[in-house]
Design a protein around this ligand. Structure first.
Ligand code: FAD
Ligand code: SF4
Ligand code: SF4
Length: 395
Protein backbone atom coordinates (compact mmCIF):
# COMPACT_ATOMS: atom_id res chain seq x y z
CA UNK A 1 0.00 0.00 0.00
CA UNK A 2 1.39 3.44 -0.98
CA UNK A 3 1.92 5.94 1.89
CA UNK A 4 -1.01 8.18 0.82
CA UNK A 5 -3.39 5.21 0.87
CA UNK A 6 -2.75 4.88 4.59
CA UNK A 7 -2.58 8.62 5.40
CA UNK A 8 -5.41 10.98 6.40
CA UNK A 9 -5.60 14.77 5.89
CA UNK A 10 -4.57 16.90 8.84
CA UNK A 11 -7.41 17.24 11.37
CA UNK A 12 -8.79 20.80 11.76
CA UNK A 13 -6.78 22.80 14.30
CA UNK A 14 -3.66 20.60 14.09
CA UNK A 15 -0.35 22.39 13.62
CA UNK A 16 1.00 22.25 10.06
CA UNK A 17 4.40 20.57 9.69
CA UNK A 18 6.05 23.79 8.42
CA UNK A 19 4.52 25.65 11.40
CA UNK A 20 4.85 29.45 11.07
CA UNK A 21 6.35 29.11 7.58
CA UNK A 22 3.36 27.18 6.20
CA UNK A 23 1.84 28.84 3.11
CA UNK A 24 -1.41 26.85 3.50
CA UNK A 25 -0.82 25.24 0.10
CA UNK A 26 -3.43 22.60 0.96
CA UNK A 27 -1.26 19.48 0.62
CA UNK A 28 -1.66 18.68 4.32
CA UNK A 29 -5.44 18.96 3.96
CA UNK A 30 -5.25 15.90 1.68
CA UNK A 31 -4.01 12.34 2.14
CA UNK A 32 -0.87 13.36 0.20
CA UNK A 33 0.31 14.80 3.50
CA UNK A 34 2.06 11.41 3.59
CA UNK A 35 4.83 12.98 1.47
CA UNK A 36 5.06 16.32 3.29
CA UNK A 37 8.70 15.88 4.40
CA UNK A 38 10.00 16.00 0.85
CA UNK A 39 7.13 17.92 -0.76
CA UNK A 40 6.78 20.99 1.45
CA UNK A 41 8.60 24.02 0.02
CA UNK A 42 9.35 25.18 3.56
CA UNK A 43 10.77 21.96 4.97
CA UNK A 44 13.10 21.10 2.10
CA UNK A 45 14.01 23.04 -1.04
CA UNK A 46 14.46 20.78 -4.06
CA UNK A 47 14.62 23.12 -7.05
CA UNK A 48 17.22 21.18 -9.02
CA UNK A 49 15.46 17.83 -8.62
CA UNK A 50 12.10 19.42 -9.44
CA UNK A 51 13.42 21.10 -12.59
CA UNK A 52 15.10 17.87 -13.73
CA UNK A 53 11.88 15.93 -13.14
CA UNK A 54 9.56 18.46 -14.81
CA UNK A 55 11.73 19.78 -17.65
CA UNK A 56 14.45 17.15 -18.11
CA UNK A 57 17.22 19.48 -16.88
CA UNK A 58 17.87 22.12 -14.21
CA UNK A 59 18.48 25.78 -15.07
CA UNK A 60 21.81 26.94 -16.47
CA UNK A 61 23.11 29.32 -13.79
CA UNK A 62 25.58 30.87 -16.26
CA UNK A 63 22.79 31.90 -18.60
CA UNK A 64 21.51 35.22 -17.24
CA UNK A 65 17.93 34.69 -18.45
CA UNK A 66 17.73 31.17 -16.98
CA UNK A 67 19.35 32.33 -13.72
CA UNK A 68 16.47 34.78 -13.29
CA UNK A 69 13.49 33.22 -15.05
CA UNK A 70 14.24 29.48 -14.83
CA UNK A 71 14.39 26.72 -17.46
CA UNK A 72 12.69 27.84 -20.67
CA UNK A 73 12.35 27.23 -24.38
CA UNK A 74 10.73 30.54 -25.16
CA UNK A 75 9.54 33.84 -23.61
CA UNK A 76 7.07 36.24 -25.19
CA UNK A 77 4.57 38.95 -24.30
CA UNK A 78 0.90 38.78 -25.26
CA UNK A 79 -2.63 40.05 -24.86
CA UNK A 80 -5.86 38.20 -25.60
CA UNK A 81 -7.36 40.03 -28.57
CA UNK A 82 -10.74 39.69 -26.86
CA UNK A 83 -9.98 40.21 -23.17
CA UNK A 84 -12.16 38.36 -20.66
CA UNK A 85 -14.26 40.78 -18.64
CA UNK A 86 -13.31 40.69 -14.95
CA UNK A 87 -10.03 38.76 -15.42
CA UNK A 88 -6.87 39.86 -13.60
CA UNK A 89 -5.17 41.01 -16.82
CA UNK A 90 -6.55 39.98 -20.23
CA UNK A 91 -7.54 36.49 -19.05
CA UNK A 92 -5.02 34.31 -20.88
CA UNK A 93 -5.00 31.88 -17.93
CA UNK A 94 -8.77 31.43 -17.89
CA UNK A 95 -8.96 31.12 -21.67
CA UNK A 96 -6.27 28.41 -21.55
CA UNK A 97 -8.29 26.53 -18.94
CA UNK A 98 -11.45 26.78 -21.05
CA UNK A 99 -9.65 25.60 -24.22
CA UNK A 100 -8.00 22.71 -22.37
CA UNK A 101 -11.47 21.45 -21.42
CA UNK A 102 -13.13 22.21 -24.76
CA UNK A 103 -10.45 20.40 -26.76
CA UNK A 104 -10.49 17.37 -24.45
CA UNK A 105 -6.84 17.90 -23.50
CA UNK A 106 -7.91 17.48 -19.85
CA UNK A 107 -10.93 16.31 -17.86
CA UNK A 108 -10.66 19.00 -15.18
CA UNK A 109 -8.87 22.23 -14.22
CA UNK A 110 -7.64 22.90 -10.68
CA UNK A 111 -8.37 26.59 -10.09
CA UNK A 112 -9.61 28.96 -7.36
CA UNK A 113 -13.00 30.60 -7.07
CA UNK A 114 -14.09 32.88 -4.24
CA UNK A 115 -16.39 32.41 -1.29
CA UNK A 116 -19.96 33.63 -1.75
CA UNK A 117 -19.62 36.28 0.96
CA UNK A 118 -16.03 37.50 0.47
CA UNK A 119 -14.38 38.33 -2.85
CA UNK A 120 -10.89 37.71 -1.35
CA UNK A 121 -11.45 34.35 0.35
CA UNK A 122 -10.20 31.62 -2.01
CA UNK A 123 -12.17 28.42 -2.67
CA UNK A 124 -10.18 25.88 -4.74
CA UNK A 125 -12.14 23.63 -7.11
CA UNK A 126 -11.69 20.94 -9.75
CA UNK A 127 -13.54 22.69 -12.58
CA UNK A 128 -15.25 20.35 -15.06
CA UNK A 129 -16.93 23.00 -17.27
CA UNK A 130 -15.79 26.22 -19.01
CA UNK A 131 -18.23 28.17 -16.82
CA UNK A 132 -16.55 26.89 -13.67
CA UNK A 133 -13.10 27.85 -15.03
CA UNK A 134 -14.37 31.34 -15.82
CA UNK A 135 -15.85 31.68 -12.33
CA UNK A 136 -12.25 31.34 -11.05
CA UNK A 137 -10.91 34.28 -13.06
CA UNK A 138 -9.13 37.15 -11.23
CA UNK A 139 -6.54 36.83 -8.43
CA UNK A 140 -7.54 36.03 -4.88
CA UNK A 141 -4.49 37.82 -3.40
CA UNK A 142 -4.38 35.62 -0.31
CA UNK A 143 -2.85 32.25 0.63
CA UNK A 144 -4.95 29.58 -1.05
CA UNK A 145 -5.12 25.86 -0.10
CA UNK A 146 -5.24 24.75 -3.77
CA UNK A 147 -3.92 21.25 -3.15
CA UNK A 148 -6.68 20.28 -0.71
CA UNK A 149 -8.79 19.32 -3.77
CA UNK A 150 -6.34 16.48 -4.52
CA UNK A 151 -8.44 14.70 -1.91
CA UNK A 152 -11.32 14.66 -4.44
CA UNK A 153 -9.32 12.95 -7.21
CA UNK A 154 -9.69 9.28 -6.23
CA UNK A 155 -12.95 7.96 -7.71
CA UNK A 156 -13.66 11.20 -9.62
CA UNK A 157 -12.95 9.78 -13.07
CA UNK A 158 -10.43 12.57 -13.68
CA UNK A 159 -7.40 11.11 -15.47
CA UNK A 160 -6.00 14.23 -17.14
CA UNK A 161 -5.64 17.41 -15.11
CA UNK A 162 -4.56 21.01 -15.71
CA UNK A 163 -3.40 22.54 -12.42
CA UNK A 164 -3.17 26.33 -12.10
CA UNK A 165 -1.17 27.59 -9.15
CA UNK A 166 1.61 29.63 -7.55
CA UNK A 167 5.16 28.41 -6.84
CA UNK A 168 4.79 26.84 -3.38
CA UNK A 169 1.69 24.93 -4.49
CA UNK A 170 3.44 23.69 -7.64
CA UNK A 171 6.58 22.61 -5.73
CA UNK A 172 4.44 20.37 -3.53
CA UNK A 173 2.35 19.15 -6.47
CA UNK A 174 5.44 18.17 -8.47
CA UNK A 175 6.80 16.23 -5.51
CA UNK A 176 3.66 14.06 -5.28
CA UNK A 177 2.84 13.98 -9.00
CA UNK A 178 3.93 10.37 -9.55
CA UNK A 179 1.65 9.11 -6.79
CA UNK A 180 -1.50 10.87 -8.07
CA UNK A 181 -4.15 8.76 -9.84
CA UNK A 182 -3.55 10.62 -13.13
CA UNK A 183 -2.39 9.71 -16.64
CA UNK A 184 -1.35 13.25 -17.52
CA UNK A 185 -0.72 16.46 -15.59
CA UNK A 186 -0.30 19.92 -17.15
CA UNK A 187 0.88 22.77 -14.93
CA UNK A 188 0.04 26.40 -15.64
CA UNK A 189 1.93 28.59 -13.19
CA UNK A 190 1.53 32.16 -11.96
CA UNK A 191 4.51 34.16 -10.69
CA UNK A 192 3.86 35.11 -7.08
CA UNK A 193 5.31 37.30 -4.36
CA UNK A 194 4.25 39.12 -1.18
CA UNK A 195 1.14 37.07 -0.54
CA UNK A 196 -0.84 37.55 2.67
CA UNK A 197 -3.39 35.93 4.93
CA UNK A 198 -6.94 37.32 4.72
CA UNK A 199 -6.28 39.41 7.87
CA UNK A 200 -2.97 40.66 6.39
CA UNK A 201 -4.82 41.74 3.25
CA UNK A 202 -7.19 43.81 5.38
CA UNK A 203 -4.26 45.64 7.04
CA UNK A 204 -2.69 46.26 3.62
CA UNK A 205 -5.92 47.67 2.14
CA UNK A 206 -6.68 49.79 5.19
CA UNK A 207 -3.24 51.39 5.20
CA UNK A 208 -3.07 51.96 1.44
CA UNK A 209 -6.38 52.71 -0.21
CA UNK A 210 -9.21 55.27 0.24
CA UNK A 211 -12.12 52.79 0.75
CA UNK A 212 -10.84 49.26 1.47
CA UNK A 213 -14.33 47.75 1.56
CA UNK A 214 -15.05 48.54 -2.11
CA UNK A 215 -11.81 47.17 -3.66
CA UNK A 216 -12.56 44.36 -6.13
CA UNK A 217 -9.21 44.09 -7.94
CA UNK A 218 -5.65 45.29 -7.51
CA UNK A 219 -2.23 44.72 -9.03
CA UNK A 220 1.33 45.99 -8.52
CA UNK A 221 2.06 47.13 -12.09
CA UNK A 222 5.09 47.83 -14.23
CA UNK A 223 4.63 51.63 -13.92
CA UNK A 224 5.72 51.33 -10.24
CA UNK A 225 2.17 51.98 -9.02
CA UNK A 226 -0.49 49.79 -7.42
CA UNK A 227 -3.71 49.97 -9.42
CA UNK A 228 -6.91 49.45 -7.42
CA UNK A 229 -10.36 48.99 -8.99
CA UNK A 230 -13.43 49.71 -6.86
CA UNK A 231 -16.89 48.12 -7.16
CA UNK A 232 -18.29 51.31 -8.78
CA UNK A 233 -15.66 51.04 -11.57
CA UNK A 234 -13.44 53.79 -10.10
CA UNK A 235 -9.65 53.34 -10.57
CA UNK A 236 -7.21 54.50 -7.89
CA UNK A 237 -3.41 54.29 -8.11
CA UNK A 238 -0.79 54.55 -5.35
CA UNK A 239 3.00 54.77 -5.98
CA UNK A 240 5.02 51.79 -4.61
CA UNK A 241 7.31 54.28 -2.92
CA UNK A 242 4.37 55.78 -1.00
CA UNK A 243 3.53 52.55 0.85
CA UNK A 244 3.45 52.70 4.63
CA UNK A 245 6.55 50.46 4.98
CA UNK A 246 6.73 50.60 8.82
CA UNK A 247 3.16 49.25 9.02
CA UNK A 248 3.45 46.81 6.12
CA UNK A 249 6.77 45.16 6.95
CA UNK A 250 4.99 42.53 9.02
CA UNK A 251 1.96 42.12 6.84
CA UNK A 252 3.36 39.59 4.37
CA UNK A 253 3.01 35.94 5.38
CA UNK A 254 6.24 34.38 6.79
CA UNK A 255 6.04 31.78 3.98
CA UNK A 256 6.24 34.55 1.42
CA UNK A 257 9.09 36.32 3.23
CA UNK A 258 11.07 33.09 2.91
CA UNK A 259 10.04 32.22 -0.67
CA UNK A 260 12.42 32.21 -3.65
CA UNK A 261 10.07 30.68 -6.22
CA UNK A 262 8.86 33.98 -7.61
CA UNK A 263 8.85 32.79 -11.26
CA UNK A 264 7.30 29.36 -10.57
CA UNK A 265 10.21 27.12 -11.53
CA UNK A 266 8.23 23.86 -11.76
CA UNK A 267 5.37 24.93 -14.08
CA UNK A 268 5.17 23.90 -17.75
CA UNK A 269 3.99 27.37 -18.76
CA UNK A 270 4.04 30.54 -16.64
CA UNK A 271 1.73 33.51 -17.28
CA UNK A 272 2.50 36.73 -15.41
CA UNK A 273 3.11 40.35 -16.32
CA UNK A 274 6.34 41.61 -14.79
CA UNK A 275 8.66 40.76 -17.75
CA UNK A 276 6.37 42.61 -20.18
CA UNK A 277 5.87 46.31 -20.85
CA UNK A 278 2.91 48.03 -19.20
CA UNK A 279 -0.48 46.51 -20.05
CA UNK A 280 0.81 43.26 -21.57
CA UNK A 281 1.19 39.75 -20.12
CA UNK A 282 4.46 37.80 -20.01
CA UNK A 283 4.66 34.11 -20.92
CA UNK A 284 7.47 31.66 -20.20
CA UNK A 285 7.27 28.30 -21.98
CA UNK A 286 9.43 25.89 -20.00
CA UNK A 287 8.97 22.58 -21.85
CA UNK A 288 6.97 20.73 -24.55
CA UNK A 289 3.84 20.47 -22.38
CA UNK A 290 4.01 24.25 -21.91
CA UNK A 291 4.25 24.67 -25.71
CA UNK A 292 1.23 22.38 -26.10
CA UNK A 293 -0.74 24.57 -23.67
CA UNK A 294 0.24 27.80 -25.41
CA UNK A 295 -0.77 26.33 -28.80
CA UNK A 296 -4.35 26.08 -27.48
CA UNK A 297 -4.70 29.88 -27.50
CA UNK A 298 -1.85 31.29 -29.57
CA UNK A 299 -4.02 32.23 -32.56
CA UNK A 300 -6.23 34.30 -30.21
CA UNK A 301 -3.28 36.32 -28.93
CA UNK A 302 -1.62 39.50 -30.07
CA UNK A 303 2.00 38.47 -29.34
CA UNK A 304 5.34 40.32 -29.34
CA UNK A 305 8.94 39.45 -28.42
CA UNK A 306 10.17 40.24 -24.92
CA UNK A 307 12.18 43.46 -24.59
CA UNK A 308 14.44 44.92 -21.90
CA UNK A 309 15.41 48.50 -21.11
CA UNK A 310 17.30 50.39 -18.38
CA UNK A 311 19.54 49.36 -15.49
CA UNK A 312 17.87 48.25 -12.25
CA UNK A 313 20.93 47.86 -10.04
CA UNK A 314 21.21 51.28 -8.35
CA UNK A 315 17.45 51.36 -7.67
CA UNK A 316 17.58 47.87 -6.10
CA UNK A 317 20.51 48.81 -3.84
CA UNK A 318 18.78 52.01 -2.66
CA UNK A 319 15.55 50.08 -2.09
CA UNK A 320 17.30 47.48 0.12
CA UNK A 321 18.50 50.17 2.49
CA UNK A 322 15.26 52.18 2.50
CA UNK A 323 13.17 49.06 3.21
CA UNK A 324 15.48 47.92 5.97
CA UNK A 325 15.21 51.28 7.71
CA UNK A 326 11.43 51.14 7.08
CA UNK A 327 11.45 54.62 5.56
CA UNK A 328 8.12 56.13 4.62
CA UNK A 329 8.39 58.88 2.00
CA UNK A 330 5.98 61.83 2.09
CA UNK A 331 3.29 61.41 -0.59
CA UNK A 332 4.57 64.24 -2.86
CA UNK A 333 8.10 62.77 -2.91
CA UNK A 334 6.76 59.25 -3.52
CA UNK A 335 4.71 60.57 -6.47
CA UNK A 336 7.73 62.40 -7.90
CA UNK A 337 10.04 59.41 -7.45
CA UNK A 338 7.43 57.12 -9.02
CA UNK A 339 7.01 59.47 -12.00
CA UNK A 340 10.76 59.68 -12.68
CA UNK A 341 11.48 55.97 -12.27
CA UNK A 342 8.37 55.11 -14.33
CA UNK A 343 9.77 57.22 -17.21
CA UNK A 344 13.46 56.29 -17.11
CA UNK A 345 13.50 53.19 -14.92
CA UNK A 346 13.75 49.49 -15.84
CA UNK A 347 11.22 48.08 -18.29
CA UNK A 348 10.34 44.66 -19.73
CA UNK A 349 12.67 41.88 -18.55
CA UNK A 350 14.77 44.45 -16.66
CA UNK A 351 11.67 45.34 -14.60
CA UNK A 352 11.29 41.61 -13.90
CA UNK A 353 14.91 41.46 -12.69
CA UNK A 354 14.32 44.60 -10.57
CA UNK A 355 11.44 42.91 -8.80
CA UNK A 356 13.29 39.59 -8.38
CA UNK A 357 16.42 41.27 -7.00
CA UNK A 358 14.41 43.41 -4.58
CA UNK A 359 12.42 40.46 -3.23
CA UNK A 360 15.28 37.93 -3.08
CA UNK A 361 17.53 40.31 -1.13
CA UNK A 362 14.72 41.21 1.28
CA UNK A 363 13.77 37.56 1.78
CA UNK A 364 17.38 36.38 2.24
CA UNK A 365 17.79 38.96 4.97
CA UNK A 366 14.50 37.90 6.58
CA UNK A 367 15.45 34.20 6.55
CA UNK A 368 18.97 34.85 7.90
CA UNK A 369 17.56 36.99 10.73
CA UNK A 370 14.53 34.88 11.63
CA UNK A 371 15.59 31.32 10.77
CA UNK A 372 19.42 31.40 10.79
CA UNK A 373 19.76 27.64 11.25
CA UNK A 374 17.96 26.86 8.00
CA UNK A 375 19.18 29.78 5.87
CA UNK A 376 22.04 27.98 4.10
CA UNK A 377 20.01 25.02 2.94
CA UNK A 378 16.80 26.97 2.30
CA UNK A 379 18.10 29.69 -0.05
CA UNK A 380 18.56 28.04 -3.47
CA UNK A 381 21.78 28.36 -5.48
CA UNK A 382 20.25 30.61 -8.14
CA UNK A 383 18.98 33.03 -5.50
CA UNK A 384 22.33 33.04 -3.67
CA UNK A 385 24.08 34.05 -6.88
CA UNK A 386 21.64 36.93 -7.45
CA UNK A 387 21.83 38.14 -3.85
CA UNK A 388 25.64 38.13 -3.91
CA UNK A 389 25.52 41.06 -6.35
CA UNK A 390 24.24 43.41 -3.63
CA UNK A 391 25.40 44.85 -0.29
CA UNK A 392 23.04 43.65 2.42
CA UNK A 393 22.63 45.38 5.80
CA UNK A 394 24.19 43.58 8.75
CA UNK A 395 22.15 40.91 10.49
P1 FAD B 1 -7.20 35.19 -14.98
O1 FAD B 1 -7.75 34.69 -16.27
O2 FAD B 1 -7.92 36.27 -14.26
O3 FAD B 1 -7.06 33.90 -14.02
C1 FAD B 1 -6.50 34.00 -12.75
C2 FAD B 1 -6.19 32.59 -12.27
O4 FAD B 1 -5.48 32.72 -11.04
C3 FAD B 1 -7.40 31.74 -12.01
O5 FAD B 1 -7.34 30.59 -12.81
C4 FAD B 1 -7.29 31.33 -10.53
O6 FAD B 1 -7.51 29.95 -10.37
C5 FAD B 1 -5.84 31.66 -10.19
N1 FAD B 1 -5.66 32.16 -8.82
C6 FAD B 1 -6.29 33.22 -8.27
N2 FAD B 1 -5.86 33.43 -7.02
C7 FAD B 1 -4.96 32.46 -6.75
C8 FAD B 1 -4.19 32.13 -5.60
N3 FAD B 1 -4.23 32.86 -4.48
N4 FAD B 1 -3.37 31.04 -5.67
C9 FAD B 1 -3.31 30.30 -6.81
N5 FAD B 1 -4.01 30.58 -7.93
C10 FAD B 1 -4.82 31.65 -7.89
N6 FAD B 1 2.54 38.06 -11.81
C11 FAD B 1 3.71 38.75 -11.95
O7 FAD B 1 4.21 38.89 -13.06
N7 FAD B 1 4.33 39.28 -10.85
C12 FAD B 1 3.84 39.15 -9.58
O8 FAD B 1 4.42 39.66 -8.61
C13 FAD B 1 2.62 38.41 -9.40
N8 FAD B 1 2.12 38.20 -8.16
C14 FAD B 1 0.99 37.43 -8.02
C15 FAD B 1 0.50 37.15 -6.72
C16 FAD B 1 -0.61 36.32 -6.55
C17 FAD B 1 -1.09 35.99 -5.16
C18 FAD B 1 -1.28 35.78 -7.68
C19 FAD B 1 -2.49 34.89 -7.52
C20 FAD B 1 -0.82 36.08 -8.97
C21 FAD B 1 0.31 36.89 -9.15
N9 FAD B 1 0.83 37.17 -10.43
C22 FAD B 1 1.99 37.89 -10.58
C23 FAD B 1 0.13 36.68 -11.65
C24 FAD B 1 -0.75 37.78 -12.30
O9 FAD B 1 -1.26 38.68 -11.33
C25 FAD B 1 -1.95 37.16 -13.06
O10 FAD B 1 -2.62 36.25 -12.22
C26 FAD B 1 -1.53 36.41 -14.29
O11 FAD B 1 -0.81 37.25 -15.16
C27 FAD B 1 -2.75 35.83 -15.02
O12 FAD B 1 -3.60 36.87 -15.44
P2 FAD B 1 -4.91 36.47 -16.27
O13 FAD B 1 -5.71 37.71 -16.57
O14 FAD B 1 -4.49 35.64 -17.43
O15 FAD B 1 -5.65 35.57 -15.18
FE1 SF4 C 1 1.76 21.33 4.42
FE2 SF4 C 1 1.72 23.01 2.34
FE3 SF4 C 1 1.85 23.96 4.84
FE4 SF4 C 1 3.95 22.71 3.81
S1 SF4 C 1 3.07 24.65 3.08
S2 SF4 C 1 3.12 22.41 5.86
S3 SF4 C 1 2.97 21.15 2.51
S4 SF4 C 1 0.12 22.82 3.92
FE1 SF4 D 1 3.61 30.69 -2.12
FE2 SF4 D 1 5.81 32.12 -2.52
FE3 SF4 D 1 3.45 33.02 -3.42
FE4 SF4 D 1 3.94 33.02 -0.83
S1 SF4 D 1 5.04 34.23 -2.36
S2 SF4 D 1 2.04 32.27 -1.80
S3 SF4 D 1 5.16 31.18 -0.58
S4 SF4 D 1 4.56 31.20 -4.10
Amino acid sequence: MAPHERARPLAPGSPYPARDLCSQCGLCDSRWIAYVRRACAFLEQRFEAMEEHAHGRSRDLDNEDELYFGVHQRMLTARLRQPIEGAQWTGIVSRLGVRALETGLVDAVLCVTQSADDRFTPVPILARTPEEVLSARVNKPTLSPNLKVLEQLPGSGIRRLLAIGVGCQIQALRAVQDSLPLEQLYVLGLPCVDNVSREGLQTFLESTVSSPETVVHYEFMQDFRIHFRHSDGREETVPFFGLDTPKLKDVFAPSCLSCFDYTNAGADLVVGYMGATFGRQWLTVRNDRGAELLALVEDELDTAPVTSRGDRRAAVQQGIEAYDKALKLPRWLAELFGLVIGRIGPQGLEYGRFSIDSHFTRNALWVRRNHPAMADRHIPAFARRIISRYRLPSL
